[in-house]
Structure formats: structure tokens, C-alpha cells
Design a protein around this ligand. Sequence first.
Ligand SMILES: Nc1ncnc2c1ncn2[C@@H]1O[C@H](COP(=O)(O)OP(=O)(O)OP(=O)(O)O)[C@@H](O)[C@H]1O
Ligand code: SF4
Ligand SMILES: [Mg+2]
Length: 404
Amino acid sequence: MGEPEPLLKIRDLKMHFPVYRGVFIRREVNRVRAVDGLSFDIRQGETLGLVGESGCGKSTTGRAIIQLYRPTDGEVIFDGDDLCKLDEDKLHPLRRDLQMIFQDPYASLNPRMTVGDIIAEPLRVHKLAKGKERRERVQELMDIVGLDPRFIRRYPHEFSGGQRQRIGIARALACEPRFIVCDEPISALDVSIQAQIMNLMEDLQQQFDLTFLFIAHDLAAVRHISDRIAVMYLGRLAELADGESIYTNPLHPYTEALMSAVPIPDPEIERERTQIVLEGDVPSPLNPPTGCVFHTRCPYAWERCKMETPEFQEAEPGHQVACHLLDEPERRKQGAVERQTTSAAPTEDTATDGTPDEAVEESSEIIEETEEPTTNPAETEENSDKPGKTEDSSSSREDAEAPA
Ligand SMILES: Nc1ncnc2c1ncn2[C@@H]1O[C@H](COP(=O)(O)OP(=O)(O)OP(=O)(O)O)[C@@H](O)[C@H]1O
Ligand code: SF4
Ligand SMILES: [Mg+2]
């Protein structure tokens, strides 16, 4: 069987946010390079997971693809059209096909609108139904996502976290889209509710032949739901492959480090594993490192990495990676051997009293840096056609509970 035709082709996508200075004469003094040259395909009917540390550009990528942000440069080819080149009039009908589910089910729903009005909004904007027909469609959507259609007149605050996320999903489904960006749709929910929402999304994907870009921090969740996984670092793609290859044969040192921190539910294997230290801070996207953006933290980095940006290329069929180690595999072997030697070497302390030396233990364990980049400017306005979004962190409640 041949490879399915991509639904979306993304080529050298860039999303830079200008930084201005001056009150009377505003001038651009720098740019936040949130997304800095991504090229990949999203296949029809697949779930593509997108992972990476906080601030690496995952949400910006999702928003730039569906044109909630108009990209600085690059192409997003959908149905033969480059979305980036279309003006708003031509883009409007295509927006039906490209939807988004937001991370925070509390902040992404307008508290002054009833559930019925929230779900009906895309139908109204795209003039798809009105009156009784619109109301019936909303009730049908509520039923599809597991909400009682009798609650159509209730307000978002009367629902629990999981139920609100179902409202967000119903809204995204209203126009029968083909592609949905799911931006950490479960991370604000209680663990017990997360599985329900994941299952719902899988069912809907099958039922409506949907294609998902599934953004997440939780690598276990991504593995569960994704056909392929893309790993992002500081606005660039580090690696992209099917889930199995990413977990068992990571080729990029950053992916290797991320995977070494994922626990394996087998105590034997878990004991044998060497975890990888990532030293240093995540650089700022205002001033990304030269050459390979990961070189400041990469345990394998050498001179070439500081000078030359690695190409994002196919290492084996269906497995793309951006790393100079592809040309010099012996450096990887050497690095792995050195790491094993370091983690296995007994220290003075262990030799005398059997207590592991803290310093050595620290250096053989991954220290996953989760710091935000130094800059986090306020987000820009989104397209009015899309659900309102003023995300902040908030807690969640039981999904099972009925609205008050
Ligand atoms: N509207 C904006 N204006 C300026 N900078 C922005 C804007 N939106 C995002 N950024 C910056 O772009 C970078 C990437 O942000 P983004 O939200 O895409 O990261 P993320 O990977 O989704 O992070 P998280 O996992 O925390 O959600 C960050 O440095 C962020 O501060
Ligand atoms: S190119 Fe060099 S610095 Fe970048 S990931 Fe590969 S080895 Fe590390
Ligand atoms: Mg995000």
C-alpha cells in the first residue's frame, strides 16, 4: 500500500513576532523566532503528535498552520492552495475545515454565552444553518460528544472541566472540519477525566475521518494517540517518525534525552536504562544559538554544530531528523559509551560506605529543563471566527457530575 496523500504540506513555515521599542517612533528592534522554518506533511486521517518543552513553539505552530496567526513566511498547502497567500475573503470558506481545541476548557468558552450559542457560533459565522435547523444541529453535536442536549440553555460555569472540554470539541466539530489542532486538550483536566476525553477524540476521529495535530507535554499520552510524533526544540523540528521509532530508536540527542526520562513499566529494563543529562538553560527564541539550536545543551556537540545548521532530512524511510550525527555515527557510539562509563563508575563514597555520590548520580540522570524562555510577550488577537481564547491555568473538576 502506497503512502496516503498528505492533507497538509507545510514548507519552511516561520512565525516571528516583532519586538518594538520607542513611544513616538516605534521601531522593530528584534524578533521572537517562535517558529523558525518547519517543513513536514500531515497525512489524511492521521494523528500527528507534537511534543517539546514549554515555549518551543508548539501552539504557535498549530495556530500558524490554521492561519489563526498569519505566518511570517513559508507555505501551508491545503487542497492545492497555499493558505498563507490567500487573503481573508478567500480564506474564510476554508476556515470551516481547519479548527482548534484549546488547552483550557475554562478560559476558552465565553462565560456570557449559553452552551447552545457557543456551539452554534461557527454555524452562524459560516451561515450553515439557522433557526430550528441550527438548534437541532447543536443538540445533535451535544449528543455526539456525550452532553445531554437538554442543557442547551446552560452556561459554561454550570459544567465541570471535562464537560466544558466536550463543549469545546462540539464547537470544533460544528462545521464538519477535516483538520483539528488539539492544543494540549487534556492537560488541564483531572487524570480520571483525561482518558474519557482521549477516547472520545479517538472515536470522533474514526467516525468523521478527522486529521489531528495533537500537541502535548505528556509523552505517554502522545504515544497512545499518535500515529507519528514530531519533536520540536526552539522553533525547529528535531525529529519526526512513527511513534514506535521515536520511542525505541530516537536519532536526535534531544529526543533521546526526552525518551530517557519516560518511565518504562518493567523494573528490569528500567534498572538497566541510562538517563541523559540535559545541561544548561533553554535559550531565548529572541536570540537563538547559531548552527544547531540545540548545541548549547547537546552532550554530543562539537565545532561543526556551532557553525552549521543541520538539515531536516530522512535518516531512514519515514524517519526524519536534523542532526550532524547522521554524517558521523561513530560520535554517537563514543558518546553513549562515555555516558555508560560515567554512570557505572564507582565513586569514592560508594567505594567506602556504599552511599551513591550525589554529584555522580545527578550527572547520570536527566535534568529536564522546563524553564520558560526569558521572553513571553503577550499573545496577539486571534481570528474572530475562532473560539475566544484567553488561556490561563486553572483547575478542573469531575466530568461525571451533572451541571448544577
Ligand atoms: N503573540 C505572541 N507575541 C509574541 N511572542 C509570542 C506570542 N505567542 C507566543 N510567543 C512566544 O513564542 C514562543 C513560543 O510560544 P508557544 O506558546 O508557541 O510555545 P509552546 O511550545 O506552545 O509552549 P507551552 O508548552 O508552554 O504551551 C515563546 O517564547 C512565546 O513567548
Ligand atoms: S547537530 Fe550537533 S548539537 Fe545538534 S543535535 Fe546533532 S550532535 Fe547535537
Ligand atoms: Mg502551547
